[in-house]
Design a protein around this ligand. Structure first.
Ligand code: FAD
Length: 479
């Protein structure tokens, strides 16, 4: 084995040679050109180093890797689609952390349309799961801008949210069972399809949202839902977040759980999309201070979704709550409205540095949060451009702040923590969360002691020690 490419890697040769024996040399990447895509994340905030990227093809191979890692104390970092926004999936700069990629484990093991379940491997790309559900006239509702590249194991591990949480819940709510390899190499087969099962601790919920710190998810039983038969999407102009909240309550009151999306967009964020997103155009005839993208869908043809939308919007217009609105004339136009919304994250990169805050507050406090946080960041960095948008129906705002025009990007980004302190201060005043859906990872790890009670943190550490006694899996993430 001494002549193998592994001999030139930074890490001690022994574990790498054992990994090679377990999964085959061709499934281990060590050349810089091959490992490069695994070492940097979407925002370019973290650039890591690694002795190797391991690409197992089965649960047994993942188990073999973790058993070796546990025995040799080799730190392992788990990676799915590498779209995570808190740096957890990228190795650190030590050059010691080995990347375990789930990308090859992307089989759909079973689609059970009658039972409303799909069993998939962790490396399945979310968009493929949508397509497989659609093929049997079912819906898997988890929807996010990264769905073309994020993988279900990553979605589960981050308990991803997205734009359909309002009606269908977070990823946690869409899962019946999991298969997990523990850091010791033991395999827990919890691939149950049961809707009811009160037999003690529900262990799957520990792994969901654990950001890969407790085990490697290798497969999951997902819930499939009936596909809506009617869907209407509207793009709406409002004067203020207060008006958006009023509209939210009107639509929620009229549509109930048929309100499947309610997104708020500040004009600055929307202007960025108009400037930088290919083919983007304003569906409304004039610019508005704030925009709402709302979706109503129904599983029953008995509900006239369009008439409901028109009625609520007409009344809101008369009462001065809405200033302009366009209901999509076709499914394609509805998708084009959503394309504008999903493009909001990526276009911010074209406007220089952007400091991100993924926060949540009680829904009724969203207007107060936006007013106070905007005033606070403008006082801190005069000329900065808050470009907020987000899932208003869930009280989750991506309070992203772009650098002043012409400012130095590096100097602006250097103020990330200072800006975070003032924004998170407003979040705390309103009893909110400093991470609504992206997680803690490495980006917010230092903030956790400030938002968790000592006992809560201690319980988390005790759980980590029980599952990963040698601390080899996703070390220094979350805790
Ligand atoms: P990765 O980035 O590869 O990993 C994320 C974390 O999970 C890491 O800690 C990693 O170690 C761990 N992990 C990955 N796979 C496994 C596994 N099989 N077992 C154990 N641990 C694992 N997020 C939202 O919640 N809502 C949004 O609306 C949203 N929109 C986004 C839009 C864009 C354009 C982008 C780039 C990201 C967005 N995200 C959003 C963030 C991201 O897409 C989600 O966090 C997603 O769930 C990550 O999936 P992934 O496969 O890319 O995971």
């Amino acid at each position: 084995m001494t002549a193998s490419p592994l001999a030139s890697a930074d890490a001690p040769a022994a574990p790498l040679e054992r990994f090679a024996a377990a999964i085959g040399l061709r499934n281990i990447l060590t050349a810089d050109a091959d490992t490069a895509p695994y070492l940097v994340e979407w925002r370019g905030l973290y650039h890591g180093r690694t002795p190797a990227v391991l690409r197992p093809g089965s649960t047994a191979e993942v188990a073999a890797i973790l058993a070796i890692a546990n025995e040799t104390l080799t730190p392992i970092v788990v990676q799915g689609g590498n779209t995570g926004l808190v740096g957890g999936q990228v190795p650190d700069e030590s050059g010691r952390e080995v990347v375990l990629s789930l990308a090859r484990m992307d089989r759909v093991r079973e689609v059970d349309a009658a039972g409303g379940t799909m069993t998939v491997e962790a490396g399945c790309i979310l968009e493929r799961i949508h397509a497989e559900a659609d093929a049997v006239d079912r819906l898997f509702p988890l929807t996010l801008g990264a769905q073309g590249s994020c993988r279900i194991g990553g979605n589960l591990s981050t308990n991803a949210g997205g734009t359909a949480v309002l009606a269908y819940g977070n990823t946690r709510d869409l899962v019946l069972g999991l298969e997990v390899v523990l850091p010791t190499g033991e395999v827990w087969n919890g691939l149950r399809k049961l809707r009811k099962d009160n037999t003690g601790y529900d262990l799957k919920h520990l792994f969901i949202g654990a950001e890969g710190t407790l085990g490697v998810i290798t497969a999951a039983v997902l819930k499939l839902l009936p596909k809506p038969v009617a869907r209407e999407v509207a793009f709406i102009g409002v004067e203020s977040p207060e008006a958006a909240l009023d509209l939210f309550n009107r639509l929620r009151g009229a549509a109930g759980s048929s309100l499947t999306g309610f997104e708020l967009i500040a004009h600055t964020a929307f202007d960025f999309a108009l400037r930088h997103l290919a083919g983007a155009r304003n569906p409304l005839s004039a610019p508005q201070p704030w925009y709402v993208l709302a979706e109503v869908s129904s599983g029953s043809r008995a509900l006239d979704v369009r008439a409901l939308f028109e009625e609520v919007l007409a009344a809101a217009f008369e009462d001065g709550v809405v200033t302009d609105a366009a209901i999509a004339e076709s499914l394609a136009q509805g998708d084009a409205f959503w394309h504008l919304r999903h493009g909001l994250s990526e276009v911010q990169a074209h406007e220089g540095g952007s400091i991100k805050h993924d926060v949540s507050v009680p829904v009724a406090s969203v207007p107060a949060f936006l007013a106070r946080a905007t005033a606070a960041v403008e006082a801190l960095v005069p000329g900065c451009r808050p470009a907020a948008f987000g899932h208003m129906g869930d009280g989750n705002i991506h309070f992203n702040v772009s650098q002043p025009v012409g400012a130095d990007k590096a100097a602006f980004i250097a103020g990330w923590d200072a800006m975070g302190t003032v924004v998170h201060g407003v979040v705390a005043e309103l009893d909110g969360s400093i991470s609504a859906e992206h997680g803690i990872g490495r980006l917010k790890r230092h903030l956790l002691p400030g938002v968790k009670a000592p006992l809560e943190l201690d319980l988390m550490r005790r759980i980590k020690r029980a599952y990963d006694p040698n601390g080899i899996l996703n070390p220094n993430r979350v805790l």
